[in-house]
Design a protein around this ligand. Structure first.
Ligand SMILES: NC(=O)c1ccc[n+]([C@@H]2O[C@H](COP(=O)([O-])OP(=O)(O)OC[C@H]3O[C@@H](n4cnc5c(N)ncnc54)[C@H](OP(=O)(O)O)[C@@H]3O)[C@@H](O)[C@H]2O)c1
Length: 243
């Protein structure tokens, strides 16, 4: 019997969930629980961590999961490692639905950096107006560069004070479009963008807008992924699931 655990929290996972539901596949969608009101997928949902590798392996067995699809964000490094290890322990096959990283094209002014600390350094000493498009979780890394003015885009309004003295937040949920991101960058007189190399269409608009405005972008490389089977499209995952 096929019973799928879909690890989600991304646009790709939402697309995967729709396809699984339309195909009548028995599946559970898992959210980490980071956002207040995530978009409801057309599948049964569970929310919150599993309790590490052991917790996930126990969940797979208890729930009779036959296949795991890891469609988490390319920067969800812990979850993807846990998924590989727990699936190995439980003997459950795993596939990752992973976006291609973005590649610079003509006119792009990108600086690639390996991690958050290097992104902070790349901004330099002189104060700049920065669109810090990295979500909420890693803002603390920029506390050591308080001279910059930071524009943040967050899914939920912040409940705690922001760790950056000169920061303002716009509250918005992707996918975003180029016209909207052009207006955002112009209205806030942004001089440089910091982003994660997430790939995919939903968050690409800011990079296209940056190209049009000839703005520099500091692009943080993805953390290394564990060895696992990878699909680039929902159709590839379905072919793996229902050969
Ligand atoms: N990191 C980003 O930039 C980013 C951007 C957009 C969306 N997201 C989404 O936000 C969620 C959290 O990302 P993260 O970077 O905080 O992950 P992470 O650091 O890799 O994961 C930390 C812990 O959160 C729990 N977790 C993560 N994803 C989960 C899921 N889909 N279902 C159940 N538990 C999950 C696991 O807890 P246990 O060990 O207790 O199981 C995991 O060990 C993911 O669903 C991801 O797809 C992340």
């Amino acid at each position: 019997m096929t019973r799928v655990l879909l690890l989600g929290g991304t646009t790709e996972a939402a697309r995967m969930a729709r396809t699984l539901a339309e195909a009548g596949v028995d599946a559970v969608y898992s959210y980490a629980g980071r956002t207040d009101a995530p978009v409801a997928p057309p599948l049964p949902v569970r929310v919150g961590g599993f309790g590490g590798v052991a917790g996930l392996a126990a969940y797979l067995k208890a729930e009779g999961i036959s296949h795991v699809i890891d469609a988490t964000h390319p920067f969800a490094a812990q979850m993807r490692r846990n998924a590989v290890d727990a699936c190995a322990d439980a003997g459950v096959p795993l596939i990752a639905l992973e976006r291609e990283p973005w590649q610079a094209g003509a006119g792009d002014r990108w600086t690639h950096v390996p991690d958050l600390a290097a992104a902070v350094t790349a901004l330099g000493e002189a104060p700049r107006r920065v669109f810090l498009a990295i979500g909420r979780q890693n803002l603390g890394a920029f506390a050591g560069a308080p001279q910059h003015h930071y524009l943040l885009r967050l899914v939920d309004p912040p409940t705690d004070p922001l760790p950056l003295p000169r920061a303002e937040a716009v509250i918005a949920r992707g996918p975003f479009d180029v016209a909207g991101d052009l207006a955002l960058l112009k209205d806030h007189r942004i001089e440089v963008i910091v982003a994660k190399n997430a790939g995919g269409a939903g968050a690409e608009a800011k990079l296209i807008a940056a190209r049009e405005l000839k703005l520099p972008v500091v692009l943080i490389d993805r953390p290394q992924a564990p060895m696992r089977r990878v699909a680039r499209t929902v159709a590839e995952v379905m072919a793996w699931l229902v050969p």
